[in-house]
Ligand binder design. Structure first.
Ligand SMILES: *Cc1c(COP(=O)(O)O)cnc(C)c1O
Length: 401
């Protein structure tokens, strides 16, 4: 990997290798071009950088700690560390890019933020950012997710956001993206679409990655302070891929660090519609305005996807991940619902940390690595906390004996 990774990717047209780009209607092309230009200018300005830095420190509670898991490491004979993104204000890494996107919106003179949400974490984070900056906020959410993630729906409303239920198709994340995009198309001048991950047309995958880089930059320094070395392995769950890009970005040029992206294997990896393992089981295609690995049915339409973790059930994945897979720089694997639930309880009971079901996929894979490579260190990006999942888990899976 060349030293100039961040200068090389994405290229001017927003491509990471053959992935990414912007496959969008002409009305949006002009808007995306404006946003890209403004982003390059504004994000380099001293004022923007110092404002964002101050927000992260005084409002979000950054830096979040890196924690060594004593009891978990002992039980699994590994050395497991967590980057505690669950301790971010609102309980997940998503505020990292939401505050960045909303600050950019403010600089661009936008009045309203529009977005989709799966588990509701992105919606809550964006509604929080909107409240902070005094912007209007409209969140599109599938009806299935609305039922499953009730507390987050209430949170968004309390924060002053309008929640738009999406009632077509499978009524989950993919349909919510379609619906939010349509709403954005109606008024691109006053609104900005704040996408929830490193997906969508250029410049979103780049912007969201840049806003998430803080996770990796902090974690690398913190891990080095604690151990005097680099981690042997870095593990993150991959839905769209923002928390993973956040932590991976700091280690991409350190070839000795093995990077693992963990996709949701759901109930059954061999049945389409029963998982959302986009990279490990998909093929390149175009979805929501960009090229990436996608899960498709026989007709080439986006396939139905499923995971116990609503934040991971998306039939596409970030273009940068698609490229890193082809380059073999990141190893992509998967964890099943059951693996994730087991890891959820292990971390809760051995460390007193209740992880988000999404993050539990990464923890599950870390436990596997620990068993296979007992002496190696493993840094897991604990992307969020599990408060939102507790009722669902106990109702559906019960408490372990
Ligand atoms: C949304 C979410 C994810 C998945 O999104 P990525 O863009 O893949 O990071 C993972 N963990 C938590 C806690 C989330 O809220």
């Amino acid at each position: 990997m060349s030293k100039s990774y961040f200068k090389t990717y994405p290229n001017e047209k927003g491509y990471f290798g053959e992935y990414g780009g912007a496959y969008i209607p002409p009305v949006l092309e002009e808007e995306m071009r404006k946003i890209t230009e403004a982003y390059f200018k504004i994000s380099k300005s001293h004022e923007f950088i110092s404002q964002l830095r101050s927000i992260r420190k005084h409002y979000q509670g950054r830096p979040t700690p890196v924690y060594y898991c004593n009891r978990l490491s002992e039980k699994y004979s590994g050395r497991i560390y967590l980057k505690r993104e669950d301790l971010n204000h609102t309980g997940a890494h998503k505020l990292n890019h939401c505050m960045g996107e909303a600050l950019l919106a403010k600089y661009l003179g936008k009045k309203r933020l529009i977005a989709e949400t799966g588990a509701g974490q992105h919606g809550v984070a964006l509604a929080t950012a909107a409240a902070y900056f005094g912007l209007e906020c409209e969140i599109h959410m599938g009806e299935v997710d609305i039922k499953k993630e009730h507390p987050n729906v209430v949170r968004m409303k309390i924060l002053g956001a309008e929640v738009v239920p999406v009632t077509h198709g499978l009524k989950t994340l993919k349909e919510a993206v379609d619906s939010a995009f349509e709403a954005y198309l109606k008024d691109p001048i006053n609104t900005i679409y704040c996408i929830g991950s490193v997906v969508g047309p250029h410049p979103f995958p780049m912007m969201v990655r840049d806003f998430q880089r803080v996770v990796g930059i902090e974690a690398k320094e913190q891990f080095f302070d604690m151990t005097g070395e680099l981690p042997d392995n870095v593990v993150a769950c991959v839905g769209g891929g923002s928390n993973a890009m956040g932590i991976f970005s700091a280690f991409i040029e350190d070839e000795e660090v093995t990077l693992y992206g963990v996709e949701p294997a759901g109930r059954d990896l061999s049945v389409i519609g029963e998982h959302a393992a986009t990279i490990t089981h998909g093929s390149p295609g175009i979805l929501h305005g960009f090229k990436c690995y996608t899960l498709q049915d026989e007709k080439g339409e986006p396939a139905p996807v499923y995971s116990v973790a609503s934040g991971l059930d998306y039939p596409g994945v970030g273009p940068e991940h698609s490229m890193l897979h082809d380059l073999k720089r990141v190893k992509y694997s998967s964890a099943t619902d059951k693996d994730a639930i087991d890891a959820f309880y292990e971390l809760s009971r051995l460390e007193g940390i209740i992880p988000a079901l999404e993050s539990a996929h990464a923890v599950a894979h870390a436990l596997k690595i620990a068993k296979e490579h007992p002496r190696q260190s493993i840094l897991v990006n604990l992307s969020g906390r599990g408060d939102k999942d507790i009722d669902f888990i106990v109702d559906n899976y019960g408490l372990p004996k």
